[in-house]
Write a protein that binds this ligand. Sequence first.
Ligand code: CA
Length: 240
Amino acid sequence: MDILIVEDEADIAQLIQLYLEKEGFACRVCSDGQAAIRLFQELQPDLIILDLMLPELDGLEVCARIRQKPGSKDPYILMLTAKGEELDRIIGLSTGADDYMVKPFSPRELVARVRALLRRTLRQGGQTKTYQTQHFTVDVDQRAAYRHADQPNTAKKGERLDLTTLEFDLLTTFMSYPGRVWNRAQLIEKLWGSDFFGDERVVDTHIARLRKKIEFDPAAPAFVKTVIGVGYKFEDAPAN
Ligand code: CA
């Protein structure tokens, strides 16, 4: 598993590298956005740890460019931000990052998040599955999700949804058990694994972003429903 660390504060970069290499990950470090794009193309890393405030191109721009690269590997992106307000901003912009950490963070927590993200890749290996409901098709193998105005139709796949890795996994989890009520801890276990540290509310953030992308009216969700006092469930009629 190859990891690219993009961080212009040398001591932080070194600390992250030290902890990840201790865990057996191969790491490369760079300190600006231009170098990040170049190394992404050269190394095709599995995961990128990306600082938001960088010289040359900032983290948001780097993230956007990596997500736009057609045909290349789609890495997990864990973004680092200096302040909570920045976190709100990057979530609001739906940058395509899979996870976020606010500085200062514990290196042990960072390692746990990295392992959880990468384990999802391993867990999904070899799966060949398609889930369909009246309005959605999820092709797990191709990692592609589509929304149909009405019934799925093989001649016309519908509109391809532009989802981050995490949003895709969230939708797949929902579609694999339509109608099942999930609490936040169960969704975290599914998406990040059991060694997730941090605030369960991170789930709400990703739900809000998923709704923006899949609901016809995100203000009145028809598919991802809130179950008051418990969590969430996905509702849609079966296909055909
Ligand atoms: Ca920085």
